[in-house]
Each structure stands twice: as structure tokens, then as C-alpha cells.
Design a protein around this ligand. Structure first.
Ligand code: PEP
Length: 256
């Protein structure tokens, strides 16, 4: 982390878990820790069906509500989809874009990710853009090149002003939900490659302001080591974010 230049962000990704009625008690448990965490922005990314309850429960707290996906069109004949304008009107502040589960199970391409990124920024949402290599790419030793390519594709035609609103999450696919966490050194190396690419595209000043999160089987016992690395500015947390107590411990680790 480097608090001089950028925010620490702890973003919970509930995926397709919990019920709308569970938002209020969860936020009640989390809100004091979020208020106390001076250095850290706390984001709770919930399923679409939970957004209204979560936004209501988070009113007056330092917890921002995020969505886990969006469509790139403002409206239209896209049955079952949800636009950024709809999310924004509900009070959503962040949106996860290009999560590996979206890429893997729903066929999202780099072009989709780029279109969604433009749409989110246009509606004033803060995108959390996910990048990360699969195991087979890691095994060929091409992980960093792969991430650089994903990043460049995601950022096509994004301006330096828009970059300020974007959070990047490095999430190696082999680490998501598997219990096989990257080492802090591996995460930092990926963070550094991402920042170097941002520097080449947007200049040093813009690059150093971007928060780069790590995601993939992070939990309360591994968070401290991960957050001690210079190019890990927080976490995107799936499984360990389902229990308020473990999310609170992770926020504590990030706020040291
Ligand atoms: C995620 O869903 O983004 C994630 C990192 O999941 P987990 O923490 O469960 O690996």
C-alpha cells in the first residue's frame, strides 16, 4: 500500500449468496468498523435483488454499495439485464466489471469489459475492473503479459480523467474460491506490472493514484501479509466476506 498516493479499498463480493433480508443485519455489524477505518473505503457488492435493501441499510454509514455486473447499454431490448443508469438511480456507487466468473461462465470478452467500463463511468459509477490469468497461462510463465493485454483492452479509449475513478483488481483465476492464494510477492509483482502499464499509457502521476486490489482466497489470516506489499492497495473478497467477523478482521488488517 502507498497511502500517500492512493486509497485503500476493501470490496466484498457476495456473488450469488445470501438473501435481501440479510443486508440490514450484516451492515449493522459492519458499520462501526467502516466508520473507524480512516484509511480504507469499504464496499459491499451484492446481487441486484439486494441493492435496494443494502442501499437503505447503508444510508448514513461509510459503507458504499456496489453491483457485481452491469450491461453496457443505457436501456433497450436486453431481457434480464441491468443498466448502469438503473444502478446509479438506486444509489449504487461501485460496479465490478469483468469478474473471471462472468468471463468464464457468461462468455464476457475484453470488448464487453471495455464497453461496460465506458457505460459505468458515464453514469458516475466507480468500476472495479478484474484481471487475472488462468492456471494454464501461469504455467507457461506468461501471466504478466496476459494481464497487461487484458488491462490495455479494458482501458481502450479511457481518458486520464476517467482513470481516476477506476479501481483495478488482480484476481488470478486459479486462486478464486480455491483456497490457493497467491503469495504476497506474486500479487505485488502483478500489481507492479499493472502499474507499469498504466504509467506507460497515462503517465506516472495518474498511474500512482490508481488503487490495485488483490482478490483470490484472501482471508483474515492472509490479509496482513498481502496488504504489506507496495502494489497491493486492498482486496476484493469473495468467500471470506460472507461472515461479518472475517470481513471486519480484513478491514482491520487494511487499516493498520
Ligand atoms: C472474488 O469473487 O472476487 C473472490 C476473490 O472470491 P474468493 O475470495 O472466494 O476467492
Amino acid at each position: 500500500m502507498n497511502r500517500r498516493y492512493r486509497k485503500t479499498v476493501i470490496a466484498a463480493n457476495w456473488k450469488m449468496n445470501k438473501l435481501p433480508g440479510e443486508c440490514k443485519p450484516f451492515i449493522q455489524q459492519l458499520k462501526d468498523k467502516a466508520a473507524e477505518a480512516k484509511w480504507c473505503d469499504v464496499v459491499l457488492c451484492v446481487p441486484f435483488t439486494h441493492i435496494a435493501s443494502a442501499v437503505k441499510a447503508a444510508r448514513g454509514t461509510r459503507i458504499a454499495i456496489g453491483a457485481q455486473n452491469c450491461h453496457y447499454a443505457q436501456n433497450g431490448a436486453f431481457t434480464g439485464e441491468v443498466s448502469c443508469r438503473m444502478l446509479s438511480e438506486l444509489g449504487v456507487k461501485y460496479v465490478i466489471i469483468g469478474h473471471s466468473e462472468r468471463r468464464q461462465y457468461f462468455g464476457e470478452t475484453d470488448t464487453d469489459v471495455n464497453r461496460k467500463l465506458h457505460a459505468a463511468l458515464e453514469e458516475g459509477l466507480r468500476p472495479i475492473v478484474c484481471l487475472g490469468e488462468k492456471l494454464e497461462v501461469k504455467e507457461t510463465g506468461a501471466a504478466l503479459d496476459f494481464i497487461r493485454c487484458q488491462l490495455k483492452a479494458a482501458l481502450k479509449d479511457i481518458t486520464v480523467q476517467q482513470l481516476r475513478k477506476i479501481v483495478i483488481a488482480y484476481e488470478p483465476v486459479w486462486a478464486i474460491g480455491t483456497g490457493k492464494i497467491a503469495t504476497p510477492q506474486q500479487a505485488d509483482e502483478a500489481g507492479e506490472a499493472i502499474r507499469d502499464t498504466l504509467r506507460a499509457l497515462y503517465g506516472a502521476r495518474a498511474a500512482r493514484g490508481v488503487s490495485i486490489l488483490y482478490g483470490g482466497s484472501l482471508n483474515e489470516s492472509t490479509a496482513g501479509g498481502m496488504f504489506s506489499m507496495p502494489d497491493v492497495d486492498g482486496g476484493l473478497i469473495g468467500g471470506a466476506s460472507l461472515e461479518a467477523a472475517s470481513l471486519i478482521s480484513i478491514i482491520d488488517a487494511a487499516d493498520q
